[in-house]
Design a protein around this ligand. Structure first.
Ligand code: SAM
Ligand code: DTB
Ligand code: SF4
Length: 361
């Protein structure tokens, strides 16, 4: 078994990304089978706990309230609604549930307490439970860990340089700080990004440098292809070519050999053959269900047929890291601190974000 390298440079990663495709695929597939069963892919389900109305200006995101998109917004779901969706997900083969909220950061209070209860509920259903709620403090991470959270998703999205062209309301360093807060607990880290936002190959490599030089590396890295949504600043970006997705997955696999590489948003535009090449390149997870958070996803029956055709098996829950214990709220050792952390707000001007927010007014 190879030893995981933590000092990848941008030049090394660009050289891997640009290899002749057959060589890149062979190398990635070789690393993949040293660390994972190549016939096993995890099925995960997204639940959008709180949809839209977000204060931030992330250029890709249909949930930012300043852009004029046609998504249906929703206040925080109830615990029983979440339980019902998680039950359906389990019945259709998912071993992991990822709950997302359109928040800049978590605020202590009844809504967070409700999310903690959702975490306990899903963990007790013996599924891996992941949350993506925006920035969190160390105390909030500890409270999520106590509730039995298995993973926290917080994407760095792109390179530090290109991040400034996409988001002005929250800083790259805050993303890293949240990831560090998660790391202080026993919650596993899920962090990845998006390709197809107009970034260069250097930016894609820069993102992978930032992730692969973390020690330990994230246990989970989602690779999303931008879903361009009408009304967002990135609505006119041209679709990512399948070859770019394959190269990105393969490069991620080589630089982070033990990580779960998740073929995430944008799968709806990929052929079965394209997806098969992504699995060969090292992707070992998909999101299933007809919706991601707000945008359409692949049909479940089609996904099941694909699994059958390719001879793929569902990954069992907790195959990589043991299940966590859920401590009840009354037994908590981490009371809410009610902190008011000063997450940064760079506030520089991004022309296309400004234009999209004023358009249609
Ligand atoms: N508000 C929280 C946050 O920003 O961390 C959690 C939810 S946010 C929607 C989760 C991730 O979804 C983002 O970091 C981004 O990587 C991805 N995402 C959002 N919109 C997308 C789009 N249109 N295409 C691809 N990925 C997208
Ligand atoms: C991630 O990296 N991709 C998922 C999950 N983490 C939360 C979200 C994709 C969202 C795509 C756009 C939407 O449906 O709103
Ligand atoms: Fe809000 Fe998250 Fe969307 Fe940014 S990505 S606008 S923080 S929901």
């Amino acid at each position: 078994m190879s030893i995981t390298k933590h000092d990848w440079t941008k030049e090394e990663i660009i050289a891997i990304y640009n290899k002749p495709l057959m060589e890149l695929l062979y190398e990635a597939a070789t690393v993949h089978r040293q660390h994972h069963d190549p016939n096993v892919v995890q099925i995960s389900t997204l639940i959008s706990l709180k949809t839209g109305g977000c204060s931030e200006d992330c250029g890709y995101c249909p949930q930012a309230k300043r852009y004029h998109t046609s998504i249906k917004t929703n206040d925080l779901m109830t615990v029983s609604e979440v339980k019902e969706q998680a039950t359906k997900a389990k019945e259709s083969g998912s071993s992991r549930v990822c709950m997302g909220a359109a928040w800049r950061n978590v605020k202590d209070g009844t809504e967070f307490d409700q999310v903690l209860e959702m975490v306990r509920t899903i963990n007790k259903m013996d599924m891996e439970v992941c949350c993506t709620l925006g920035m969190i403090t160390e105390n909030q991470a500890q409270r999520l860990a106590e509730a039995g959270l298995y993973a926290y998703n917080h994407n760095i999205d792109t390179s530090e340089e290109y991040y400034k062209e996409v988001i002005s309301t929250r800083g790259f360093e805050d993303r890293l700080e949240t990831i560090a807060n998660v790391r202080k607990t026993n919650i596993t880290v899920c962090s990845g990004g998006i390709i197809g936002m107009g970034e260069s190959i250097e930016d894609r490599a820069g993102m992978l440098v930032a992730l692969s030089t973390l020690n330990p590396q994230p246990e989970s890295v989602p690779i999303n292809a931008l879903v361009p949504v009408e009304g967002t600043p990135l609505e006119e970006e041209k679709p990512v070519e399948i070859w770019e997705m394959i190269r990105m997955v393969a490069t991620t696999r080589i630089v982070m050999p033990e990580t779960q590489v998740r073929l995430s948003a944008g799968r709806i535009n990929m052929s079965r053959e394209g997806q098969a090449m992504c699995f060969l390149a090292g992707a070992n997870s998909i999101f299933s269900g007809d919706k991601l958070l707000t945008t359409p996803n692949n049909d479940l029956n089609e996904d099941m047929k694909m699994f059958e055709t390719l001879g793929l098996k569902n990954q069992q829950p907790f195959a990589k890291v043991n299940q966590r214990e859920s401590i009840e709220a009354v037994d908590s050792k981490f009371p809410a601190l009610g902190e008011k952390p000063k997450w940064t707000r760079p506030g520089h001007t991004i022309e296309r974000n400004l234009e999209a927010s004023t358009k249609g007014k």
